[in-house]
Design a binder for this molecule. Structure first.
Ligand SMILES: Cc1ncc(C[n+]2csc(CCOP(=O)(O)OP(=O)(O)O)c2C)c(N)n1
Length: 656
């Protein structure tokens, strides 16, 4: 096995081309074995094997710099940069991250997971390298065709032009985002693709080169041939050239000899350039090639399902997203998709929007049923939200389904185009809370904090599927912006009946208790109830409120039920800083509350990757841990009130 002898990219340098080709096969096997077992981003990584080998072969990425956009396609890079032995731990708790992660390796420059930022990062690095006269360093940025359409990537390209900046943008064009790439840039790239592909073998390339007059280096001439041919024949509009980038390609991104020759040539050139590679997402694995969308991300345990599928025992491999055995439980994402359809059937003004996540947000069936009222805007969250503002102005009821973590980048559109206009926009915030194995870039732990400061905004989160349905209906029917956050989880299977219907700003008392009052939000309501049940076994009587709203806070309900209790305890699957507990505390303090408040939630640090259950356990967000914290709090209060009584008795003695 060639891979066994590759401790780092320097070991590639002495390999012959046929060995590099064999290495590509071995890397794919390694990726398949691990990712089908552990879960992860499969098809994208399979598609970049050759380009990754060629980049590490041609450059010294400890001197030069390599930046992957998003970073989900970095598995071949991890394998080649000394992490093969640990690769079996991919995405597991304490194992390798599924994204570039600097603490793991000097070859990973940035910890990323959100799309479109690589060109900006690369430009920044190249800009300072130039100033520090490190201009022999090449900053290499690998970006997919879908991420190239993200606003931030286009902003970066708009200002990348600088002859002295030394940056190579590798456009990995596989015609796919997670689903098919959408938008005008994708269409433009398609037109380029339609032109005869420059996929000459090295021999053919050399024939062309040998026919050219002798000017400068051979390879430079080869590259300028590619460039000229395309400029003159193939590239309508020369978009990239017009924007100031030297454009090369398109070339076959799986042709290793061609890639090696091309990168070797480009290495010698200065300035900002773009090489356009045509690749196949899922390359080397028939099932993924046939259905790259299904194999973009696979769930843990897919090896067994694959075997079963091949034996005809189950239909498909990746139909169960979170690696759970078949169960009657339905995910919040599925409930969202079903409810959106129900609402659209009833109300002709309901429109659904996704930013490149039709499958992830559960909107695929909606898209099929209501093609005129469905919009996939591509990886353009800011545009998606501002677009929703426009739709609302014109009379529609847009529902924008965006993961909590990705909504972070459109704070300003939520502020100006939605809240300031009091637009009737529903934000369906999927993955609110810890998401599991994607880790820190994908946990949705800050949305309450960043949304609750905005006037006109209403924030809700459901305790279960029934409540979620009712909240979505409430959101669509309400005048003004509403954000409903829900976790990446199955909804609890046997929901409690509502104690009261959903009403603006009103919570729901689920359980009375004499000793303390717990106020829980969304996904933490059932764990809090379960904690209260455990404590009642120890003779401790805890009341539980389902807050339903993080904005506005139902302070009346909380204060009415807090009277005479030792503490008010808030529980949330969100950062404590600025979160639900902070909102409750602010409200209670403003209303003159003098009692003890304990906030249980996520501390002020980034949360690692692992399964959702493991992470909730680590964060102390399980019924057992919540019960423990409540008990501690009551004990502390008991001790401090008995100390208070002792001090009062001493004072009384002194007075006497
Ligand atoms: C801001 C943001 N929105 C959405 C996503 C989810 N996402 C992850 S990968 C991906 C598709 C990326 O497609 P492309 O850039 O073409 O790379 P490929 O996977 O095809 O290599 C999307 C939409 C994300 N990571 N970041």
């Amino acid at each position: 096995m060639i891979l066994e002898n590759i401790a780092g990219p320097e070991d590639l340098k002495g390999l012959e081309m046929d060995q590099l080709t064999e290495l590509a096969v071995e890397i794919r096997k390694e990726i398949l074995k691990t990712v089908l077992a552990n879960g992860g981003h499969l098809a994208s990584s399979l598609g970049v094997v050759e380009l990754t080998i060629a980049l590490h072969y041609c450059f010294d990425m400890l001197h030069d710099r390599l930046i992957y956009d998003v970073g989900h396609q970095c598995y071949p890079h991890k394998i080649l940069t000394g992490r093969r032995k640990d690769f079996h731990t991919l995405r597991k708790l304490d194992g390798l991250s599924g994204f570039p992660f600097p603490p793991e390796s000097p070859y990973d420059l940035f910890h990323t997971g959100h799309a479109g930022t690589s060109v900006s990062l690369g430009s920044g690095v190249a800009c300072w390298d130039k100033r520090n006269e490190n201009n022999d360093r090449k900053v290499v940025v690998v970006i997919g065709d879908a991420s190239l359409g993200a606003g931030v990537a286009l902003e970066a390209i708009n200002s990348a032009r600088d002859r002295n900046r030394n940056m190579l943008i590798v456009l990995n064009d596989n015609e796919m985002s997670i689903s098919r790439t959408v938008g005008a840039i994708a269409q433009y790239l398609n037109r380029v693709r339609m032109a005869p592909i420059y996929s000459k073998t090295k021999a053919e390339l050399q024939t062309i080169i040998s026919k050219l007059p002798l000017i400068g280096e051979k390879m430079d001439r080869g590259l300028s041939e590619i460039s000229m041919t395309l400029k003159n024949m193939l590239v309508p509009g020369q978009i990239f050239e017009e924007l100031g980038l030297a454009y090369y390609g398109p070339i076959d991104g799986h042709n290793l000899p061609l890639l090696v020759d091309t990168f070797a040539g480009l290495k010698k050139k200065k300035g900002v350039m773009l090489i356009h590679l045509l690749t196949k997402k899922g390359k080397g694995f028939e099932l993924a090639l046939d259905d790259p969308e299904a194999f973009h991300g696979v769930s843990p345990g897919s090896t067994e399902r694959l075997t079963m599928a091949m034996e005809g025992a189950v239909n498909g491999v990746v139909e169960k997203k979170e690696g759970e055995p078949a169960s009657k439980k339905v995910s919040y994402t599925e409930i969202f998709g079903q409810t959106a359809i129900e609402l659209a059937e009833e109300k002709s003004d309901v429109v659904a929007i996704t930013a490149a996540m039709p499958d992830g947000t559960g909107l695929k069936e909606f898209a099929r049923r209501f093609p005129d009222r469905f919009h996939d805007t591509g990886i353009t969250e800011q545009h998606a939200v501002a677009f929703a503002g426009g739709l609302s102005f014109a009379g529609a009821k847009p529902v924008a389904a965006i993961y909590s973590t990705f909504l972070q980048r459109c704070y300003d559109q939520v502020f100006q185009e939605v809240c300031l206009q009091n637009a009737d926009v529903t934000l369906a915030l999927d993955r609110g809370g810890v998401v599991g194995q994607d880790g820190p870039t994908h946990h949705g732990l800050y949305d309450i904090a960043y949304l609750r400061t905005l006037p006109q905004m209403t924030l809700l989160s459901p305790r279960d599927g029934e409540e979620f349905r009712a909240m979505l209906r409430f959101a669509v029917e309400r005048k003004g912006p509403v954000a409903v956050r829900y976790p990446r989880a199955k909804a609890p299977s046997s929901p409690l009946p509502f104690k009261r219907p959903i009403e603006y700003g009103k919570g729901e008392l689920l359980r009375d208790g004499l000793d303390a009052l717990v106020v829980a939000y969304g996904s933490m309501v059932y764990p809090a109830l379960e904690a209260a049940k455990r404590l009642s076994g120890d003779g401790i009587d805890v009341g539980v409120i389902n807050a339903r709203f993080a904005k506005p806070i139902d302070a009346d309900l909380i204060l009415d039920n807090a009277r005479g209790k030792k503490a008010v305890i808030t529980v949330e699957e969100h950062a404590l800083a600025g979160g639900f507990g902070a909102a409750v505390a602010e409200e209670l303090i403003d209303r003159g509350f003098r009692g003890r408040i304990l906030r249980i939630g996520v501390p002020d640090r980034f949360v690692e990757h692992g399964t959702r259950e493991e992470l909730l356990h680590i964060l102390g967000l399980t019924p057992e841990a919540i019960a423990g914290r409540i008990l501690e709090c009551i004990d502390e209060e008991n001790q401090s009130s008995s100390r208070g009584r002792e001090r009062a008795a001493v004072r009384d003695q002194e007075v006497l």
